[in-house]
Unconditional design. Structure first.
Length: 184
């Protein structure tokens, strides 16, 4: 499915428990960061949002994204209160991010289904994406995110440029060239 989304010019990624990034297509890697280039223990959306300096530059409304991310983790904590890996993640984020501690203490719970997200991408500039969060009925701990842009918008043009860059990199074998932030 992620490859089909790639061919359609749509970023897609799959999150698991604790917001672990289980998979993503190359376009999502180009838009956000190439999680595959990170050590397995760091392939986590919350770690990226709170600990990678690139995230603060990438998300135009970083405080909203950060608050939603903490609230999504809290939802996971409610579903799996005895998960030692989640406790370790929350502890690590609490130690290393004052903002995480603040958002976590708000006790908000959030489940993403649809919405928009604004980016300031270092290669293609500002763009707004819409997203759909799809949860398989047989595995409520996984969420497939599919991004799109408004037809005819500057965001669509930016996404097409990013998709073209992603295809060119794949064709030349340089797909491992990182979007800023992948090694920060």
């Amino acid at each position: 499915m992620l490859e089909t989304l790639q061919q359609a010019g749509r970023p897609g990624f799959l999150l698991g428990r604790r917001l672990d990034v289980l998979a993503h297509n190359p376009l999502a890697g180009r838009l956000i960061t190439d999680f595959r280039a990170l050590p397995a223990a760091e392939r986590n959306q919350a770690r990226f949002v709170f600990l990678d300096p690139h995230a603060r530059e990438l998300y135009r409304d970083w405080p909203r994204v950060a608050a939603d991310t903490a609230a999504m983790l809290r939802l996971d904590a409610g579903r799996h209160p005895d998960d030692p890996a989640l406790s370790a993640l929350v502890g690590d984020l609490s130690i290393h991010s004052e903002e995480f501690r603040r958002f976590w203490s708000d006790n908000k719970v959030h489940q993403r289904t649809t919405g928009t997200k604004d980016y300031h991408h270092p290669l293609v500039g500002d763009l707004t994406v819409t997203y759909q969060a799809l949860t398989p009925a047989d595995d409520p701990d996984q969420i497939l995110f599919v991004y799109g842009t408004e037809p005819g918008s500057p965001s669509e043009t930016s996404m097409r440029l990013l998709a073209q860059w992603s295809r060119t990199a794949a064709d030349t074998g340089s797909l491992t060239t990182q979007t800023p932030g992948a090694h920060d």
